[in-house]
Write a protein that binds this ligand. Structure first.
Ligand code: NAP
Ligand code: F7E
Length: 340
C-alpha cells in the first residue's frame, strides 16, 4: 500500500528536499504550509514538485488546523519540520518562537496521541541544543546548554517528543541535526548570505559583504543528504534519537575565504565585520559526532565543506547570470494551491 506522509514546514529548505525524496520513494506526500500574504512555494517550484505535493493549510499555533491536516491526510508518518528557525530572530521574537517552535510541537504530538497514536513522528531537533556546553564533538548523551530562545524552545520540543515516546509508546524520534545548507537555504543564514554576496560581487552586482562574528564555528553539511536520515529514523524497528553531522567544523572566516576562492577573489578586499550583526549570546563552536547514525542507520555525509561551498556559490552565480539575461528566478513565480 502507498505510504502516506505529512510534512509540516514543506515550504522551507528541508521540507522541499524531503518532499522530493519521499515522492521518489513512491509516497503520497501531504505538505502542510502556512498561508502568507505573499506566496512562498518557490522551493517546491524550483525542485519541480509543486504539482505533486498535496498542499494543506496549517499554522502550528492553531490546534484546530493541525487536527484538520492530520485527519485529512491520515498519515503513516509525520515529519515536523515547521519552526521559527532563525536563531537571530528568536532574540527579537522570543514568545513567537516559543509558541511555534516549542508549543507547536506539543500541539502536533497531542493531536497524534488523540487521533492515531500509531503514526510515526519525526521531530526536527538541532545542534543548537548543545549551546556552549562542550568544546569537542557532541553526541546523543552530551548535555544540552541552550543559548538562545530558539534553542530553549527546541529543547522543550525535544523533551516532549521523548516524553510522548516513553509515556504513550508513540514511535517518536529526535533528529539532532547539525547545520545543513544548500542553494535553497534562506538568504538570512550565513552560508547563503555569503554565497549570494560572493556571486553578486563576482558579477559586478555587489560591492561588499558585511558579517557578524567571523570566529564562530559550525559543522556544515549538505541538506539533500540530511533529509534521508530523517526518513531512515522512521524505518527502524524502534524509535530513537540520532545526531546527524559531518564530524568536521569550520569557522565563518573559512567559509568566506573558500567562497571567494571559488570566484578567484581575495575575501579580505570585500568583507568586513560589524558589531551590529553580533548576537546577544553566541554559540561559539559546534561539531557533531555522527557515530550512532553511521552504525545504526548506515548514514554518512558525503558532501563536505569545500564541495558544499562550491555548490552554493555556483548555484547563486547561475541565478544572477539568468537574472542578467532577463530570466526569472524560481522565487519570482506566482502560484497558489488549488482547493481540489
Ligand atoms: P526553514 O527553511 O526556516 O523552514 C521552516 C518552515 O517552517 C517553513 O516552511 C515555514 O513556513 C514553516 N513555519 C514557520 N512558522 C510556522 C507556523 N507558525 N505554522 C506552520 N509553519 C510554519 O527551516 P529549515 O532549514 O528547512 O529547517 C527545518 C527544521 O529543522 C526547522 O524546524 C529547523 O528549526 C530545524 N533545523 C534546521 C537545521 C538546518 O541547519 N537547516 C538544523 C537543525 C534543525 P513559511 O515558508 O511560511 O515561513
Ligand atoms: O549562523 C554566524 C552566526 O544563522 C551561523 C539554523 O538552521 O543552524 C542554523 O542556526 C553562525 C552563527 O545559523 C553572520 O553568529 C556571522 O555563529 O547561519 P546561521 P545558526 O545560528 O547556526 C542550526 C543548527 C539550527 O537549528 C537553526 O535553525 O554564523 N554569523 N555573521 C552570521 N550568521 C548570520 N545568519 N548572518 C551573519 O551575517
Amino acid at each position: 500500500m502507498t505510504k502516506r506522509v505529512l510534512i509540516t514546514g514543506v515550504t522551507g529548505q528541508d521540507g522541499a528536499y524531503l518532499a522530493k525524496f519521499l515522492l521518489g520513494k513512491g509516497c503520497d506526500v501531504f505538505g502542510a504550509y502556512r498561508r502568507l500574504s505573499t506566496p512562498n512555494f518557490w522551493r517546491l517550484i524550483n525542485l519541480d514538485i509543486y504539482d505533486e505535493v498535496r498542499l494543506l493549510p496549517v499554522d502550528l499555533t492553531d490546534t484546530t488546523s493541525l487536527l484538520q491536516v492530520v485527519t485529512l491526510s491520515q498519515p503513516d508518518e509525520i515529519y515536523n519540520l515547521a519552526a521559527q528557525s532563525f536563531v537571530e530572530a528568536s532574540f527579537d521574537q522570543p514568545l513567537a518562537t516559543a509558541e511555534i517552535t516549542g508549543l507547536g510541537t506539543s500541539r502536533i504530538l497531542e493531536v497524534v496521541r488523540q487521533v492515531n497514536p500509531g503514526v510515526k513522528f519525526y521531530q526536527a531537533s538541532t545542534s543548537e541544543l548543545y549551546g556552549n556546553g562542550n568544546d569537542g564533538s557532541s553526541n546523543e548523551v552530551t548535555p544540552f546548554v541552550p543559548a538562545s530562545p530558539y534553542a530553549a524552545a527546541k529543547l522543550y520540543a525535544y523533551h516532549m517528543t521523548k516524553i510522548y515516546r516513553q509515556a504513550y509508546g508513540i514511535f517518536a524520534c529526535n533528529g539532532i541535526l547539525f547545520n545543513h545548507e544548500s542553494p535553497l537555504r534562506g538568504l538570512e543564514f550565513v552560508t547563503r548570505k555569503v554565497s549570494n554576496a560572493v556571486a553578486r560581487i563576482a558579477l559586478g552586482l555587489g560591492k561588499e559583504l558585511v558579517l557578524g562574528n567571523l570566529e564562530a564555528k559550525r559543522d556544515w553539511g549538505y541538506a539533500p543528504e540530511y533529509v534521508e536520515s530523517m526518513w531512515l529514523m522512521l524505518q527502524q524497528d524502534k524509535p530513537g534519537d540520532y545526531v546527524v553531522a559531518t564530524g568536521e567544523s569550520h569557522s565563518v572566516e573559512e567559509l568566506v575565504r573558500r567562497a571567494f576562492e571559488c570566484v578567484n577573489l581575495n575575501w579580505e578586499e570585500y568583507t568586513r565585520s560589524s558589531s551590529r550583526l553580533l548576537r546577544p549570546l553566541e554559540v561559539n563552536s559546534l561539531r557533531g559526532d555522527p557515530s550512532k547514525v553511521g552504525e545504526h542507520l548506515g548514514w554518512k555525509a558525503k558532501v563536505k565543506f569545500d564541495e558544499l561551498v562550491q555548490i552554493m556559490v555556483e548555484a547563486d552565480l547561475e541565478c544572477w547570470r539568468r537574472w542578467l539575461r532577463g530570466e526569472q528566478f524560481s522565487w519570482d513565480a506566482i502560484n497558489y494551491p488549488s482547493k481540489e
